[in-house]
Write a protein that binds this ligand. Sequence first.
Ligand SMILES: [Zn+2]
Ligand SMILES: [Zn+2]
Length: 288
Amino acid sequence: MLIGAHVGVAGGYPQALEYAHQVGAECAQIFAKSPRQWHARNVDLAVADAFQAMRQDLAIAAVVTHTAYLINLGTMDPILRDKSIAALTDELQRAQLLGADAVITHIGTHGGTTTEETAARVASAIKIAFSSAGASTPRLLLENTAGAGTTFGNGPEEIGAVLDMLPETLRHRVGVCIDSCHAHAAGHDLSSASGWVSLMDAIDKHCGIGVIGAVHANDSMFACGERKDRHAWIGDGTIGYEGFLGMFCEPRLRDVAAFTEMPGEIPIKDVENIARLKRLRDVCEEHA
Ligand SMILES: [Zn+2]
Ligand SMILES: [Zn+2]
Protein backbone atom coordinates (compact mmCIF):
# COMPACT_ATOMS: atom_id res chain seq x y z
CA MET A 1 0.00 0.00 0.00
CA LEU A 2 1.04 3.58 -0.62
CA ILE A 3 0.79 5.82 2.44
CA GLY A 4 -0.13 9.49 2.35
CA ALA A 5 -2.41 12.16 3.71
CA HIS A 6 -5.02 14.74 2.91
CA VAL A 7 -3.06 17.97 2.44
CA GLY A 8 -4.24 21.58 2.35
CA VAL A 9 -4.01 23.72 -0.77
CA ALA A 10 -4.37 27.12 0.95
CA GLY A 11 -0.70 27.83 0.20
CA GLY A 12 -1.04 26.77 -3.46
CA TYR A 13 -1.46 23.50 -5.32
CA PRO A 14 2.22 22.70 -6.04
CA GLN A 15 3.09 23.73 -2.47
CA ALA A 16 0.60 21.16 -1.17
CA LEU A 17 2.69 18.45 -2.79
CA GLU A 18 5.88 19.92 -1.31
CA TYR A 19 4.23 19.68 2.09
CA ALA A 20 3.15 16.10 1.38
CA HIS A 21 6.72 15.18 0.48
CA GLN A 22 8.08 16.86 3.62
CA VAL A 23 5.80 14.87 5.93
CA GLY A 24 6.74 11.59 4.26
CA ALA A 25 3.64 11.07 2.14
CA GLU A 26 3.94 8.80 -0.91
CA CYS A 27 0.52 9.90 -2.15
CA ALA A 28 -1.71 12.91 -1.54
CA GLN A 29 -5.37 13.87 -1.41
CA ILE A 30 -6.46 17.47 -1.96
CA PHE A 31 -9.64 19.49 -2.37
CA ALA A 32 -9.72 20.70 -5.97
CA LYS A 33 -11.77 23.67 -4.71
CA SER A 34 -13.26 24.87 -1.43
CA PRO A 35 -15.26 21.94 0.00
CA ARG A 36 -17.92 24.21 1.53
CA GLN A 37 -18.80 26.33 -1.53
CA TRP A 38 -20.61 25.56 -4.74
CA HIS A 39 -18.56 27.81 -6.96
CA ALA A 40 -14.89 28.63 -7.34
CA ARG A 41 -12.58 30.20 -9.86
CA ASN A 42 -11.48 27.95 -12.70
CA VAL A 43 -8.31 25.97 -12.25
CA ASP A 44 -5.45 28.13 -13.56
CA LEU A 45 -3.82 26.08 -16.32
CA ALA A 46 -0.31 27.27 -15.43
CA VAL A 47 -0.89 26.24 -11.82
CA ALA A 48 -2.23 22.87 -12.95
CA ASP A 49 0.92 22.34 -15.04
CA ALA A 50 3.14 23.36 -12.12
CA PHE A 51 1.23 20.94 -9.90
CA GLN A 52 1.79 18.07 -12.31
CA ALA A 53 5.47 18.96 -12.73
CA MET A 54 5.90 19.07 -8.95
CA ARG A 55 4.26 15.68 -8.66
CA GLN A 56 6.77 14.27 -11.17
CA ASP A 57 9.75 15.89 -9.43
CA LEU A 58 8.75 14.60 -6.02
CA ALA A 59 7.60 11.21 -7.33
CA ILE A 60 4.23 11.43 -5.57
CA ALA A 61 2.85 8.08 -6.69
CA ALA A 62 -0.87 8.82 -6.46
CA VAL A 63 -2.94 12.00 -6.28
CA VAL A 64 -6.67 12.07 -5.62
CA THR A 65 -9.14 14.89 -5.12
CA HIS A 66 -12.05 14.96 -2.67
CA THR A 67 -15.29 16.65 -3.76
CA ALA A 68 -17.17 19.37 -1.91
CA TYR A 69 -19.33 18.27 1.03
CA LEU A 70 -22.38 20.02 -0.44
CA ILE A 71 -22.82 17.49 -3.22
CA ASN A 72 -25.85 15.26 -2.69
CA LEU A 73 -26.44 12.75 -5.48
CA GLY A 74 -29.25 11.00 -3.62
CA THR A 75 -31.43 14.02 -2.83
CA MET A 76 -35.12 14.19 -3.75
CA ASP A 77 -34.89 17.99 -4.14
CA PRO A 78 -34.62 18.72 -7.89
CA ILE A 79 -32.75 22.01 -7.41
CA LEU A 80 -30.16 20.48 -5.07
CA ARG A 81 -29.88 17.53 -7.44
CA ASP A 82 -29.12 19.76 -10.45
CA LYS A 83 -26.57 21.76 -8.46
CA SER A 84 -24.95 18.54 -7.27
CA ILE A 85 -24.68 17.10 -10.77
CA ALA A 86 -23.14 20.35 -12.05
CA ALA A 87 -20.73 20.40 -9.10
CA LEU A 88 -19.70 16.79 -9.67
CA THR A 89 -19.11 17.52 -13.35
CA ASP A 90 -16.94 20.47 -12.34
CA GLU A 91 -15.01 18.33 -9.83
CA LEU A 92 -14.29 15.68 -12.47
CA GLN A 93 -13.00 18.34 -14.87
CA ARG A 94 -10.85 20.03 -12.22
CA ALA A 95 -9.33 16.68 -11.26
CA GLN A 96 -8.57 15.97 -14.90
CA LEU A 97 -6.71 19.29 -15.26
CA LEU A 98 -4.71 18.51 -12.13
CA GLY A 99 -3.83 15.05 -13.49
CA ALA A 100 -5.44 13.33 -10.51
CA ASP A 101 -5.88 9.56 -10.52
CA ALA A 102 -9.33 9.61 -8.94
CA VAL A 103 -12.07 11.80 -7.49
CA ILE A 104 -13.52 10.72 -4.14
CA THR A 105 -17.06 11.75 -3.28
CA HIS A 106 -19.64 11.24 -0.58
CA ILE A 107 -22.86 9.99 -2.11
CA GLY A 108 -25.43 12.07 -0.22
CA THR A 109 -28.71 11.19 1.47
CA HIS A 110 -31.54 8.75 0.83
CA GLY A 111 -34.40 11.12 1.69
CA GLY A 112 -36.42 8.29 3.22
CA THR A 113 -36.60 6.27 0.00
CA THR A 114 -35.53 2.64 -0.47
CA THR A 115 -31.99 1.56 -1.28
CA GLU A 116 -33.07 0.71 -4.81
CA GLU A 117 -34.76 4.07 -5.40
CA THR A 118 -31.84 6.02 -3.96
CA ALA A 119 -29.28 3.98 -5.91
CA ALA A 120 -31.19 4.69 -9.12
CA ARG A 121 -31.12 8.46 -8.50
CA VAL A 122 -27.42 8.36 -7.62
CA ALA A 123 -26.49 6.23 -10.64
CA SER A 124 -28.38 8.51 -13.02
CA ALA A 125 -26.73 11.60 -11.48
CA ILE A 126 -23.29 10.02 -11.99
CA LYS A 127 -24.18 9.13 -15.56
CA ILE A 128 -25.18 12.71 -16.38
CA ALA A 129 -22.05 14.14 -14.71
CA PHE A 130 -19.77 11.81 -16.68
CA SER A 131 -21.46 12.58 -19.97
CA SER A 132 -21.09 16.34 -19.33
CA ALA A 133 -17.51 16.07 -18.06
CA GLY A 134 -16.17 14.17 -21.08
CA ALA A 135 -14.48 10.89 -21.76
CA SER A 136 -11.07 11.42 -20.17
CA THR A 137 -11.80 12.36 -16.57
CA PRO A 138 -10.27 10.41 -13.70
CA ARG A 139 -12.19 7.59 -12.05
CA LEU A 140 -14.89 8.43 -9.49
CA LEU A 141 -14.72 6.66 -6.12
CA LEU A 142 -17.80 6.46 -3.88
CA GLU A 143 -16.94 6.75 -0.19
CA ASN A 144 -18.68 4.78 2.54
CA THR A 145 -20.34 6.75 5.35
CA ALA A 146 -20.40 6.23 9.11
CA GLY A 147 -24.13 5.54 8.88
CA ALA A 148 -25.31 8.67 10.70
CA GLY A 149 -28.71 10.19 9.96
CA THR A 150 -30.03 9.79 6.43
CA THR A 151 -26.65 9.46 4.70
CA PHE A 152 -26.46 6.89 1.93
CA GLY A 153 -23.47 4.63 1.31
CA ASN A 154 -23.47 2.99 4.71
CA GLY A 155 -21.42 -0.02 3.62
CA PRO A 156 -20.83 -2.28 0.62
CA GLU A 157 -24.50 -3.14 -0.01
CA GLU A 158 -25.63 0.44 -0.59
CA ILE A 159 -22.58 1.34 -2.66
CA GLY A 160 -22.96 -1.90 -4.61
CA ALA A 161 -26.58 -1.03 -5.37
CA VAL A 162 -25.37 2.16 -7.09
CA LEU A 163 -22.65 0.34 -9.05
CA ASP A 164 -25.21 -2.24 -10.20
CA MET A 165 -27.37 0.47 -11.74
CA LEU A 166 -24.60 2.11 -13.75
CA PRO A 167 -24.52 1.42 -17.47
CA GLU A 168 -21.89 -1.14 -18.46
CA THR A 169 -19.84 1.59 -20.20
CA LEU A 170 -19.36 3.42 -16.89
CA ARG A 171 -18.60 0.49 -14.62
CA HIS A 172 -14.82 0.77 -15.00
CA ARG A 173 -14.98 4.53 -14.31
CA VAL A 174 -16.58 4.20 -10.87
CA GLY A 175 -15.05 2.49 -7.85
CA VAL A 176 -15.03 2.60 -4.07
CA CYS A 177 -13.11 4.49 -1.38
CA ILE A 178 -13.20 2.79 2.00
CA ASP A 179 -12.87 5.03 5.04
CA SER A 180 -11.80 2.76 7.92
CA CYS A 181 -13.27 5.05 10.61
CA HIS A 182 -16.61 5.22 8.80
CA ALA A 183 -16.75 1.45 8.18
CA HIS A 184 -15.91 0.74 11.83
CA ALA A 185 -18.48 3.29 13.03
CA ALA A 186 -21.08 1.76 10.73
CA GLY A 187 -20.58 -1.66 12.35
CA HIS A 188 -17.72 -3.41 10.48
CA ASP A 189 -15.33 -4.15 13.33
CA LEU A 190 -11.90 -3.35 11.86
CA SER A 191 -9.91 -3.82 15.06
CA SER A 192 -8.56 -7.18 13.82
CA ALA A 193 -7.36 -8.79 10.60
CA SER A 194 -10.51 -10.91 10.39
CA GLY A 195 -12.63 -7.74 10.38
CA TRP A 196 -10.78 -6.53 7.29
CA VAL A 197 -11.19 -9.90 5.60
CA SER A 198 -14.95 -9.85 6.13
CA LEU A 199 -15.25 -6.24 4.95
CA MET A 200 -13.27 -7.09 1.80
CA ASP A 201 -15.44 -10.17 1.26
CA ALA A 202 -18.56 -7.99 1.49
CA ILE A 203 -17.09 -5.51 -1.00
CA ASP A 204 -16.15 -8.30 -3.42
CA LYS A 205 -19.67 -9.67 -3.15
CA HIS A 206 -21.70 -6.47 -3.43
CA CYS A 207 -19.42 -4.11 -5.35
CA GLY A 208 -17.17 -6.42 -7.39
CA ILE A 209 -13.54 -7.53 -7.39
CA GLY A 210 -10.88 -4.85 -7.61
CA VAL A 211 -13.21 -1.87 -7.22
CA ILE A 212 -11.36 -0.28 -4.30
CA GLY A 213 -9.39 2.70 -5.55
CA ALA A 214 -8.45 4.30 -2.22
CA VAL A 215 -8.58 3.90 1.54
CA HIS A 216 -9.02 6.68 4.06
CA ALA A 217 -6.89 5.27 6.87
CA ASN A 218 -8.41 6.88 9.96
CA ASP A 219 -8.71 5.43 13.43
CA SER A 220 -12.04 5.94 15.23
CA MET A 221 -12.68 7.84 18.48
CA PHE A 222 -15.96 6.04 19.04
CA ALA A 223 -16.69 2.34 19.36
CA CYS A 224 -17.62 0.07 16.47
CA GLY A 225 -21.28 0.46 15.51
CA GLU A 226 -21.81 3.84 17.20
CA ARG A 227 -22.29 5.58 13.84
CA LYS A 228 -20.16 8.52 14.93
CA ASP A 229 -17.67 9.97 12.46
CA ARG A 230 -14.79 11.19 14.62
CA HIS A 231 -11.30 10.40 13.40
CA ALA A 232 -8.57 9.42 15.86
CA TRP A 233 -4.82 9.16 15.25
CA ILE A 234 -3.61 5.77 14.08
CA GLY A 235 -3.41 3.43 17.08
CA ASP A 236 -5.13 5.86 19.47
CA GLY A 237 -8.68 4.85 18.60
CA THR A 238 -10.91 1.79 18.73
CA ILE A 239 -9.45 0.28 15.52
CA GLY A 240 -5.95 0.39 17.02
CA TYR A 241 -2.57 -0.86 15.79
CA GLU A 242 -3.81 -4.41 15.50
CA GLY A 243 -6.59 -3.26 13.17
CA PHE A 244 -4.28 -1.30 10.86
CA LEU A 245 -1.86 -4.22 10.81
CA GLY A 246 -4.83 -6.21 9.50
CA MET A 247 -5.33 -3.61 6.78
CA PHE A 248 -1.73 -3.87 5.57
CA CYS A 249 -1.84 -7.66 5.69
CA GLU A 250 -4.99 -7.81 3.52
CA PRO A 251 -3.70 -8.81 0.05
CA ARG A 252 -6.66 -7.24 -1.73
CA LEU A 253 -5.45 -3.81 -0.54
CA ARG A 254 -1.81 -4.28 -1.52
CA ASP A 255 -1.95 -1.95 -4.54
CA VAL A 256 -4.30 0.62 -3.02
CA ALA A 257 -3.30 4.09 -1.82
CA ALA A 258 -4.13 5.02 1.79
CA PHE A 259 -4.67 8.61 2.93
CA THR A 260 -4.99 9.78 6.54
CA GLU A 261 -7.41 12.59 7.36
CA MET A 262 -6.48 13.62 10.86
CA PRO A 263 -7.48 16.25 13.36
CA GLY A 264 -4.65 18.17 15.00
CA GLU A 265 -1.81 20.53 14.18
CA ILE A 266 0.19 20.36 10.98
CA PRO A 267 2.79 19.14 10.31
CA ILE A 268 3.01 16.90 13.39
CA LYS A 269 -0.33 15.13 12.86
CA ASP A 270 0.76 14.05 9.37
CA VAL A 271 4.40 13.29 10.23
CA GLU A 272 3.29 11.13 13.14
CA ASN A 273 0.38 9.29 11.52
CA ILE A 274 2.30 8.56 8.33
CA ALA A 275 5.22 7.25 10.40
CA ARG A 276 2.89 5.02 12.43
CA LEU A 277 1.35 3.58 9.27
CA LYS A 278 4.77 2.98 7.70
CA ARG A 279 5.91 1.07 10.79
CA LEU A 280 2.85 -1.17 10.59
CA ARG A 281 3.41 -1.73 6.86
CA ASP A 282 7.01 -2.75 7.65
CA VAL A 283 5.82 -5.20 10.32
CA CYS A 284 3.46 -6.75 7.83
CA GLU A 285 6.13 -7.02 5.12
CA GLU A 286 8.57 -8.67 7.56
CA HIS A 287 6.00 -11.39 8.23
CA ALA A 288 5.02 -11.84 4.59
ZN1 LIG B 1 -14.70 11.88 2.61
ZN1 LIG C 1 -14.91 10.92 8.47
